[in-house]
Ligand binder design. Structure first.
Ligand SMILES: [Zn+2]
Length: 358
């Protein structure tokens, strides 16, 4: 019997592969990550195009200024930015969007939540586009190398992937002859994607928080699968293919949001995969406290004799021992039933792919 190896991907994997924002950078670094050219006319920067692109971001700054008095200078700072980057230095933990969304949910502020969701989409879609332009060849990216690795190991072990990332940086690739299967029942698939999606012997890619390339109709619940080449503006302009005259919403479950029942089968599948895994490798995911549903899933599904590998990044050699110790403690506390020693790779996604443990 072929052994099952489950990989778990979090934001750290996408940050390492293509500099996608981590949770703390999400939305806040949008302008720094995705600047657009500013024309200078007679010495005066013409910001009209940029203002158009970042119109939601401007609104977000307005909202944060009203939520946190210490940030009330932000809209003005934005308006005065000229042709400079919009760097922010005093963004603290309480301003991270997962904390902010928690406040918005308490207040039942649907417009605010929707605005943050839109910006999450824009920020990830636009940084992904930039990454695609930089790398050009998928196989040169860490995700490309990762795909190659798990395909080469297929004789010895069957890989499946659980991902918490919305981005679609990990996707099918013609050169690598690799295919993934979201295991989601789509009612409609973009015809161009349909030709290549989930073809022969695909690898399971279970995205428990949804994905930027999935869309759901708020009226008829029809689920759509789009292509992987996404723009920030793609958020608003998709019509339901059922002709029910509704606009499709991206199917992404943002922090603190309730999961739609439609996604339940994926959680059940993830549980089955974890239960039958001989090895689980967690790359760039830190089991944050608000992901209680995820922690519960792993606590109940991981078998006591599973081999657990944790891939994380550690800045500076002198911190390695401490990082190893705190990571170990954290996992022991989260999953006390685990019997085996946890294998910790502190050299990040790249180091893991190069087999550099330690
Ligand atoms: Zn519909």
């Amino acid at each position: 019997m072929i052994k099952k190896h489950v990989y778990v991907l979090g934001a750290g994997a996408s940050a390492a592969s293509a500099r996608l924002p981590l949770g703390r950078e999400l939305v806040w670094n949008y302008h720094v990550d995705c600047p657009s050219m500013v024309q200078i006319n007679n010495g005066i920067p013409d910001l009209s195009k940029q203002n158009e692109k970042f119109v939601n971001f401007r609104e977000f700054l307005e909202m944060t200024a009203s939520m946190f008095h210490e940030l009330n200078y932000l809209p003005q700072k934005w308006d005065d930015r000229g042709s400079t980057m919009f760097f922010l230095s005093n963004i603290g933990k309480k301003h991270y969007i997962d904390e902010m969304l928690w406040i918005l949910y308490q207040r039942d502020d649907h417009d605010g939540i929707e605005l943050v969701r839109k910006l999450i989409f824009e920020h990830l879609a636009e940084t992904s586009l930039l990454a695609a332009n930089i790398h050009r060849l998928y196989m040169d990216t860490l995700y490309g190398k990762f795909t190659k690795k798990i395909m080469m190991q297929r004789q010895e072990e069957e890989a499946s992937i659980i991902s918490f990332n919305f981005d679609v940086l990990l996707h099918e690739d013609i050169d690598l002859e690799s295919c993934f299967d979201y295991r989601m029942k789509f009612d409609w698939i973009d015809p161009n994607r349909d030709k290549i999606y989930a073809r022969s012997n695909p690898i399971k890619l279970i995205k428990l928080n949804g994905s930027l390339d999935w869309g759901i109709c708020p009226s008829c619940d029809k689920i759509h699968l789009y292509h992987t080449h996404l723009f920030g503006s793609f958020y608003n302009n998709k019509e339901c293919t059922s002709r029910c005259n509704s606009s499709i919403q991206p199917f992404i479950v943002i922090p603190h949001e309730r999961y739609k029942e439609i996604i339940d089968p994926l959680w059940i599948l993830a549980e089955e995969e974890l239960k039958s895994a001989y090895k689980v490798t967690v790359i760039g995911y830190s089991f944050p406290e608000y992901d209680k549903k995820v922690i519960d899933l792993f606590a109940s599904a991981l078998t006591s004799d599973v081999l657990l590998e944790v891939v994380t990044h550690c800045e500076g050699y002198e911190h390695k021992d401490r990082t190893r110790a705190t990571t170990n403690l954290k996992y022991k506390r989260l999953f006390p039933a685990l019997e085996n020693k946890i294998n910790i790779c502190l050299n990040g996604f790249q180091g893991y792919l190069n087999n550099e443990f330690g």
